[in-house]
Design a protein around this ligand. Structure first.
Ligand SMILES: O=C(O)C1=C[C@@H](OP(=O)(O)O)[C@@H](O)[C@H](O)C1
Ligand SMILES: C=C(OP(=O)(O)O)C(=O)O
Length: 442
């Protein structure tokens, strides 16, 4: 795909206003799949309209599910009761991890022939731990190019229920999410899923479990590494909740919350708050630790500047294993902090939309920051004085990574105008990002 024209923004001094958040990507793609697998009709409200959720909708349509987009982010799904009408399909999943991984698992339970592929970067993003998990119940999956990576082919094969399925959780939590959502379709006996080793990104598993419960399937968690899928009592496993409202996206909220701290605020995000099911709301706690003034209600979070006596944020050291996406925002917010910021346990950044540790380090250095990167951490120290900020004429590269583009918009609060290359890559999760940004900054 050709890159979109660069934009130049700033230098900016003030951020103030309110932003209504688009629907959560993580919730949207889960409820699309759960609604498709359910019995009956589901009306999804505030569903995210972005590349990642469009690939999921299109895949479901190709599989014979009726998915009807209505005005104002409403989408109506006629569930197929666990069995996709189309038994043979070639599906393009773009670069949406939350689409390809859960759908692979659901399709492996269908007894049909399917192929799943994506953009070139998707073919560099691992899927082996999920395939290994699915093979334990007899799924027939082959790799088309490189062992362990999409494209993959799923062949019709009878599913054999075993009482235990083991899966690794240290590369991506999406593999466990995928098994959790798919195995109830075939669980004639209860199935125990056991996570081998560390489980990263745990809050995303909680999102999965909570949404499965909304669709009638309650998983039992006897300990932090074990998940028991109950035996199905009828062929209709998932039942539609009728209507479901998708929360605002907590990861998308992080950019505006950071702006409220850097640009004095107040900046309020609407659609996500203290009763959210998304782990990324903990970004607000990290920002508070840096000194930002935060207030939250059940459905909103507001940031109004910084309470430190210096008037600036201060650097922190943080274990980011539970907030891998919002942690990227902290790396760029660190440009406006006194002292070093160190983000630990972010190895998964290397296998996402790009190698995010390398990309973040390269682009922050272009602005004059002192950055150290390790296998699973990054440290960032802001340029010592305003005069030390650099203004790269070639601009900030975004690596076809929506979060790189959104994060680096914060850097327009430095002393120089900032050029951002290929800004439209934000379409993966937040097509209107720069329009919303423009409304609150000056
Ligand atoms: O399950 C999900 O909705 C997600 C899980 C996380 O991925 P990992 O589990 O690979 O860290 C996160 O980075 C991604 O944006 C969304
Ligand atoms: C890692 C991300 O996406 P994906 O769902 O494709 O894994 C992300 O949105 O930051």
């Amino acid at each position: 795909m050709t890159a979109s024209p660069s934009i130049t923004i700033g230098p900016l001094a003030r951020a103030q206003g309110a932003v209504v958040l688009p629907g959560s990507k993580s919730i949207s793609n889960r409820v699309l799949l759960l609604a498709a697998l359910s019995n009956g009709k589901t009306t999804l409200k505030n569903l995210l309209d972005a590349d990642d959720t469009q690939v999921m909708r299109n895949a479901l349509r190709k599989l014979g599910v009726s998915v009807t987009d209505q005005p104002n982010q409403v989408c109506v799904i006629e569930g197929c009761g666990g069995h996709f009408p189309v038994r043979d399909a070639d599906l393009f999943m773009g670069n949406a991890g939350t689409a390809i991984r859960p759908l692979t698992a659901a399709l492996a339970m269908q007894g049909g022939d399917y192929r799943l592929s994506g953009v070139p970067r998707m073919h560099e993003r691992p899927i082996q731990d999920l395939v290994d998990g699915l093979r334990q119940v007899g799924a027939k999956i082959t790799y088309e190019l490189q062992e362990g990576y999409p494209p993959i082919q799923i062949g019709a094969a009878p599913i054999k229920i075993t009482d235990i399925v083991k899966v690794r959780g240290d590369v991506s939590s999406q593999f466990l999410t995928a098994l959790l959502m798919a195995l109830p379709l075939v669980a004639t006996e209860s199935i125990r899923i056991e996570v081998i080793g560390e489980l990263i990104s745990r809050p995303y598993i909680d999102i999965t479990l909570k949404l499965m419960a909304r669709f009638g399937v309650k998983v039992i968690c006897p300990d932090a590494q074990s998940f028991i899928i109950p035996p199905k009592i009828s062929d209709q496993v998932y039942s539609s909740p009728g209507e479901l409202l998708v929360e605002g996206d907590a990861s998308s909220a992080s950019y505006f919350l950071a702006l409220g701290a850097i640009g004095a605020g107040p900046v309020k995000v609407l659609g996500v708050g203290s009763n959210s099911i998304q782990g990324d709301v903990a970004f607000a706690d990290a920002l508070a630790k840096m000194g930002a003034n935060i207030t939250a209600t059940d459905e909103s979070i507001e940031v109004s500047g910084v309470s430190n006596s210096s008037g600036k944020l201060k650097g922190i050291t943080l274990d980011c294993t539970e907030i891998p996406d919002a942690a990227m925002t902290l790396a760029v917010a660190a440009l406006f902090a006194e002292g070093q910021t160190r983000l630990n346990n972010i190895a998964s950044w290397r296998v996402k939309e790009t190698d995010r540790i390398a990309a973040m380090a390269t682009e922050l250095r272009k602005l004059g920051a002192a950055v150290e990167e390790g296998a699973d951490y990054i440290t960032v120290e802001a340029p010592a004085k305003l005069a030390d900020w650099k203004s790269p004429a070639s601009g900030i590269d975004t690596y076809d990574d929506h979060r790189m583009a959104m994060c680096f918009s914060l850097a327009a609060f430095g002393p120089n105008a900032l050029k951002i290359n290929d800004p439209n890559c934000v379409a993966k999760t937040f097509p209107a990002y720069f329009a919303e940004f423009a409304k609150i900054v000056s």
